[in-house]
Design a protein around this ligand. Structure first.
Ligand SMILES: CC(C)(COP(=O)(O)OP(=O)(O)OC[C@H]1O[C@@H](n2cnc3c(N)ncnc32)[C@H](O)[C@@H]1OP(=O)(O)O)[C@@H](O)C(=O)NCCC(=O)NCCS
Length: 166
């Protein structure tokens, strides 16, 4: 079975926020940041499995600090955990005021993507080689989220099968 290190898929992207990214007061839309998060998590996941990937869920997203037009938004993303066909990517978002150099940690997100084969069916991904203490801790947390999610989905499909949920 193929294996890849966390460092082989780690990625960084940056973009200056423009007027179409923001409301009339100049505050950047959460959706503009979410689009960048979707893009970078797709890059990380594709680098890991070298196949087509789709976003299955956004588990978690906090916006901690406002971002304005003219700020340079930088996203850093890494693979936290891989299941059989799914991959959990952690994304950190920073905003820099280019005029005075102030840098703020503005948010973080956890995204799960699934690798697809040529027919669009989920396909097994390479194992993740965890090397550092941070890698190990994030893998463990991702594994717990994966177990909880599978448990929730199992319960949901049982309810659906019983006709309790429309
Ligand atoms: C994601 C998708 C491929 C899963 O297909 P599926 O038939 O449910 O596949 P499976 O039940 O075999 O699950 C495959 C993997 O996806 C994971 N998964 C499925 N639904 C998930 C969800 N909502 N959140 C996180 N992971 C999910 C499963 O845990 C499984 O992971 P594993 O192989 O590591 O154990 C399918 O739901 C899909 O195509 N969704 C649309 C994705 C998309 O187009 N996104 C862009 C926005 S529109």
């Amino acid at each position: 079975m193929e294996e890849r290190k966390v460092s082989e898929s780690e990625s960084v992207i940056s973009r200056v926020m423009m007027p179409p990214d923001a409301n009339l007061a100049g505050n950047v839309f959460g959706g503009s940041i979410l689009k960048m998060i979707d893009e970078i998590s797709g890059i990380v996941a594709t680098r890991h499995c070298r196949r087509n990937v789709v976003t299955a869920s956004i588990e978690h997203m906090d916006f901690l600090y406002p971002v304005h037009i003219g700020n340079l938004v930088t996203l850093k993303a890494r693979m936290n955990f891989v299941g059989r066909t799914s991959m959990e990517v952690g994304v950190k978002v920073y905003a820099e005021n280019l005029e005075n150099g102030d840098l703020n940690f503005t948010g973080n997100a956890i995204i799960t993507l699934v690798s697809l084969d040529e027919s669009g069916r989920p396909v097994e991904v390479p194992r993740l080689i965890v090397e550092t203490e941070e890698d190990k801790a994030l893998f463990q947390e991702g594994h717990e989220r994966w177990l909880n999610r599978n448990e929730r989905q199992k319960k949901l499909s049982t309810k659906n099968a019983n006709g309790n949920v429309k």
